[in-house]
Write a protein that binds this ligand. Structure first.
Ligand SMILES: [Zn+2]
Length: 418
């Protein structure tokens, strides 16, 4: 598991959390600041917005918006004491009354330096926080190779995020079908065949060269209007490392930039299928190993924690549906600490006040730490050299992981001692 996917998980959960906040009126403020923008100028703009907010009709909304703006300004002032400009990727600030009730004001401020650069400046007041610009950053940005071809021309392109680059264009020079009969027609057919083969070879050489150089190549998608692409794929001209990445072959109307766009438009579906396929095969591998009974598969949080700490885990499978926290409580009398995994931290906190310390018997346990359990396991995985993959809950296999195995499974390198 790379640092990237851990940060990604954290970022994703944060967006989920922000998305759950609702204002009673249009009182939740989202501010997006590009990295080149001076903080003092942002403060000036927010001051102006405070003036405008004075015209808001609803008294509570007005009060909440003005307080939230004040809070953001204070935050930026403190930030500007040490920084003239935002961080290198810019920053997004979310602030407002998240109590969701009229009689209570609970103005909270959240801010984030996103994993990618913020490219738009925005100030928005709404019933919810504006998160789409951040959500877009979550999309996987590996490169997809695109080849569209027919018997006349071929276009090779790469797709990364939303960016399409046309890398090369080739033409065949193969003449169209001819009406002549007899000897010369046969000779002509032969010439066409040679030219077509030469063209296919050139296309394959280009694809082999271009696609095999891409270090984060996720998939190759091939398109084109007729049977030429299928014949080309059957011809064995592509190297295995390119061929093995082919995730889809589809019909398009064109073989130029337009054709590439047609492929890109359908690529989302193809890539989603690819993810699902990968997830399914991981769960199947786990199930097979479990049935084989060699002790090289395990599940359950306690077992997985144990195996991780022994360095026995090769790959951790984590359901995206897990919402649990690892809590630590400490006895204020004797200092005894206990750790548990719970779904509802608030509930745990309440129950603690009546609970006896297992060490001294006093009822003086209090919560000292609470951490997302997935985050914690990812850190353990990192520390003990285990890989990790997230499994969605959209497939039968994914649901099975969440329900039957409580969302956690692991493939092991060796059988841990009991
Ligand atoms: Zn105690």
């Amino acid at each position: 598991m790379s640092v990237d996917s851990k940060a990604r998980y954290q970022f994703k959960r944060m967006l989920e959390d922000l998305a759950s906040k609702r204002g009673r009126g249009t009182e939740l403020i989202s501010v997006y600041i590009t990295p080149d923008f001076e903080i003092v100028k942002v403060i000036q703009q927010l001051r102006n917005e405070q003036g405008t907010a004075a015209n808001i009709k609803s008294k509570t909304t007005r009060k909440n918006v003005i307080s939230a703006l004040e809070r953001i300004v204070q935050f930026l002032r403190t930030y500007a004491d040490t920084h003239r400009r935002p961080p290198s990727n810019g920053m997004a600030i979310f602030c407002g009354n998240v109590a969701g009730r009229e009689d209570i004001a609970d103005i909270k401020l959240y801010w984030v330096e996103p994993p990618e650069q913020i490219t738009i400046r925005m100030y928005r007041c709404d019933q919810e926080f504006v998160l789409d610009p951040l959500r877009e950053m979550l999309q996987v940005k590996e490169t997809v190779g695109v080849l569209v071809m027919d018997r006349r021309e071929a276009t090779l392109a790469t797709l990364r995020g939303k960016r399409i680059d046309i890398v090369r264009k080739l033409t065949s020079g193969v003449p169209g079908k001819h009406g002549k009969g007899g000897q010369s027609a046969r000779r002509f057919e032969r010439l066409i065949e040679i030219a077509a083969h030469d063209y296919a070879k050139r296309v394959a050489e280009a694809a082999n060269e271009i696609f095999s150089q891409i270090s984060d190549l996720r998939a190759v998608i091939v398109g084109g209007p007729g049977p030429t692409k299928d014949e080309f794929l059957k011809s064995e001209l592509l190297q295995d490392r390119v061929k093995n990445k082919i995730a889809g072959v589809l019909d398009t109307g064109y073989t130029d930039e337009q054709g590439v766009k047609e492929v890109v438009n359908k690529s989302g579906e193809i890539l989603a299928d690819l993810d699902i396929l990968k997830e399914k095969s991981l769960i199947q591998r786990f199930m097979e190993e479990l049935v084989a009974g060699r002790g090289l598969a395990t599940y359950g949080e306690r077992e997985i924690r144990h195996s991780l700490e022994l360095g026995a885990v090769e790959l951790l499978l984590i359901s995206e549906g897990i919402r649990k926290n690892r809590v630590t409580a400490k006895c204020q009398s004797c200092g005894h600490e206990l750790q548990e995994t719970v779904e509802d931290v608030e509930k745990f906190k309440k129950q603690l006040s009546a609970r006896e310390c297992p060490s001294c018997g006093e009822t003086r346990l209090s919560l000292v730490e609470s951490k997302d359990v997935v985050q914690e396991l990812l850190e353990l995985a990192d520390q003990f050299g285990a890989g990790a993959e997230f499994i969605s809950t959209e497939t039968e296999e994914g649901k099975q992981l969440l329900i039957a195995f409580k969302g956690l499974a692991a493939l092991l390198r060796f059988r841990p001692a009991a």
